[in-house]
Design a protein around this ligand. Structure first.
Ligand SMILES: *[C@@H]1O[C@H](CO)[C@@H](O)[C@H](O)[C@H]1NC(C)=O
Length: 224
């Protein structure tokens, strides 16, 4: 026997569930740098030229996993949006269709995962090109930043035009890339961690993933 009250509760649950499962997460991607940044996003795809103080409003489908937002620098595209960038370059030109080339700072996230949580981080595992902030706009969870410009202090062996490589990109060794899934911090990862405490500095850096309730909207800022 179903009581009317239960039926009402059930419909409300169903309603809120369908709300959760259809709500796209909104991202405001804001360029606070003094120079132009060409933002890009996967897997939703796309890219946008952001002159200083411009914002790109982008949506990510619920349940999106393994997503990335990053900035490209030193780009030149023709009228059809074809061309390349000095850092963060990706297939597809202006309207990016795939992952980028290191070195570049990455905002990484997976939406509506277990217990309907979003997980997010700033990763330096592919090196660094632009300072970044990643902030939830609602939900009781906290923003993270890598605001220091690591290019200025990049160790000599990791320097790259327009960026600072991770040690894994340069040396391709187990010590830095953790191919066997079992490795610790190194002098290079400690350099990154010391400057950017919120960010991922080596593959087993477990201190750097953050969570928000599913349905949260976010702001990604270049040069926070
Ligand atoms: C933009 O950069 C300035 C410093 O240049 C800083 O004071 C401000 O907080 C930044 N804005 C955002 C939204 O991060």
């Amino acid at each position: 026997m179903i009581h009317l009250g239960n039926l009402l509760l059930y419909s409300l649950l169903l309603l809120s569930f369908s709300f959760i499962s259809t709500h796209a997460a909104k991202f405001q991607i804001y360029n606070n740098c003094s120079y132009t940044v060409w933002a890009a996003a996967t897997p939703s795809g796309g890219g946008r030229r952001l002159d200083p103080h411009k914002t790109w409003r982008h949506k990510m489908a619920p349940g999106t996993a393994g997503a990335r937002i990053w900035g490209r620098t030193g780009c030149s595209f023709d009228r059809n949006g074809l061309g390349h960038c000095q850092t963060g370059d990706c297939p597809g030109g202006l309207s990016c269709t795939g992952w980028s080339q290191a070195p570049n700072t990455l905002a990484e996230f997976s939406l509506n995962q277990g217990n309907n949580l979003d997980f997010y981080d700033i990763s330096l595992l592919d090196g660094f090109n632009i300072p970044m902030g990643f902030y939830p706009l609602n939900g009781n969870c906290h923003g993270i930043t890598c605001a220091t410009d690591l290019k200025d202090e990049c160790p000599k062996d990791l320097r790259s035009p327009g960026g600072c490589n991770s040690a894994c990109t340069v040396y391709r060794s187990n010590e830095y890339c953790c191919y066997d899934g079992n490795c610790g911090p190194t002098k290079f990862s400690k350099f990154f961690k010391q400057k950017c405490q919120d960010a991922y500095s080596y593959p087993k850096d477990v201190t750097s993933t953050f969570a928000c309730p599913g349905g949260t909207d976010y702001k990604v800022v270049f040069c926070p």
